[in-house]
Every structure is written in structure tokens, then in C-alpha cells.
Design a protein around this ligand. Sequence first.
Ligand SMILES: [Ca+2]
Ligand SMILES: [Ca+2]
Length: 309
Amino acid sequence: MKSLLKGCLTLLLIIAAAGLTSCVAKDENNIGDDKNNQNIDLPTEENGYIVKVVPGETAIIDLNGDGEDEIINYTLMSAANDNNGNYTVKNLSISGEEYARASDDNPLIYLGASIYYPDDQWYFIVDIDTSDDYKELAIADIGASEDLTTSYFRYDGEGLEYIGYITGFPADETYSMDGKGTIKSQGRLDLLQYWTTVFAWELSSEGKLATVEEDLYTPISYDYYDKEPVILKEEITAYAEMDLNSKEILMEPSEEEISFPLTDNKNWVLMSKADGTQGWIYIEDRQNIISANKKLPCTDVFDNLYFAD
Ligand SMILES: [Ca+2]
Ligand SMILES: [Ca+2]
């Protein structure tokens, strides 16, 4: 046990020393000769397993854990046929191999990754799971319809593999990684209105990112552009449990503010009145509330639901 501890300490010292030398400016001519050219921080617990890199700045880091650093060049150019100042990927090369097909509108789509308008501030080197050899490359995309997504890639020493995307941006405050294979990030809920929650993704056994299904989600509550509070304008039947056969709770219309603290993101949304009365409402087709065998569009039942333009 003692020798193990000593071994760990020695390892830590080596890592710390490597970190210090990486701060020293490198002679460009030596890149490739020296195995310790790493010029960016390692993604670790301290930085949330995520390191930001500015497009156009070369990053040198070992991506596949074979002890040899990779040299990553990632550059952007103005997107063709776009008047909004968006960019597209011009180059994505790893140790001299070019992976972007800049002649395409979507230069990495041949790998499966849809990246229309990449974030021009940063790209990211992350460590999704510290127990495997890989550090991943992440590119955030504003998207053609402004639904933010981030695509992840792995380099195995021979090629670049797209491993999936998640919603949201790594620089968002709702984004987090635990270094054990789980990424959490903001995404849209599917029913009632335009609103969001924090979803989780995990690396599957095939090394792809997959959504973690949860029974219930807590919507993120913040003021959508200072909109008016939601109020109930029609009498509806809610339920004591997520079960149409459970006890019915009659919800009377009022000017009181309504909140929605939980949903299964399939059919059920918990509604809560300011007086503390709560009940589950049942929704079909994302938009229709089923109340006493009637189907009511949710906009007929509630005022001031939020819908994106
Ligand atoms: Ca390597
Ligand atoms: Ca890893």
C-alpha cells in the first residue's frame, strides 16, 4: 500500500513536471522529434475535463494515449452564401492528415458530423472518461436553425472517428463532465412549450455518445425574455399521480401564476399553483391536454406559454 502511494506520488510529480515544461516556448522545428511538445493544458478535474483552444492556434497533445503528441490545426473561414457573419470549417488536420472537406457546405458530414456554423471563439479538447486512453475533440455548432449542438470526435492514431453530438455548448454554465463518461448539457424538452432541461449523455460500450433516459426531468426555470407568468384560463382535470386512473384533481382557472416543476418529457407534466396545489396533466401529440376525455390545445388552456419565434 505504501509503495503504491509512493508510486502515485512519483507519477504525480512527473505529471506536474511535464505540465511545467509544457509552459516553456517550443522550437517549432523540433515538433515531432521531442515526444513532449504538449502546448495546452490537459483536460483534468480542475478544468472540468475541458480545455478551450482558439481556432487558428495549433494545439499539441496526445489524443490517443500512445505517448506521441498529435498536432492539431483547426481553422475557420467565412461561410459561403451566408450574410450573418458565420464561419465554416476550413481545416481540421491532425499530424498532417486533413479531415475537413472545405468544398462542402458541411465539411465533416462525410464522417457523420453535421457542423454548419462552428463557434468561432473556441474548439475543445475534452476527456469524457479518464479511464480510457482517449482525449476527445469537440466542435460546437450554432447550427442552421440556431439549435446549439456540440459534436465529438476521437482520433485513434489512424483516423478521426465521429462519436456523436449533444445539445448545448461546452462553454455554457449548464454543461458539465464528470470524467467518468457522462456529459450533462442543456437541451429542449419535447412537449407543452419551448423550454429546456439538463440532459445526460454517456459513452456506450461501442464508444458512441447516447442519451441517458431519465424518468423525470426538472425544467430549467428562468425568465424567457421577461415574459408574463403562465396562468390557467380553462378548468382542467389533473391527476394525483402519473396515471389516468389515479385521483382526479380539478384545476380552476385563476390569475395565479402556474409553474411546471417536473415532466417525464413524454406525456406528463406536473403543474403547480401558487397556493401549492399540484397535479399531473396528461399531454398528447406534444401540444394537446387530455382533460375529462376532451382534447384541448395547450394554448387554449394556458396563457403565456413560451414558444420560440
Ligand atoms: Ca498520440
Ligand atoms: Ca479518456
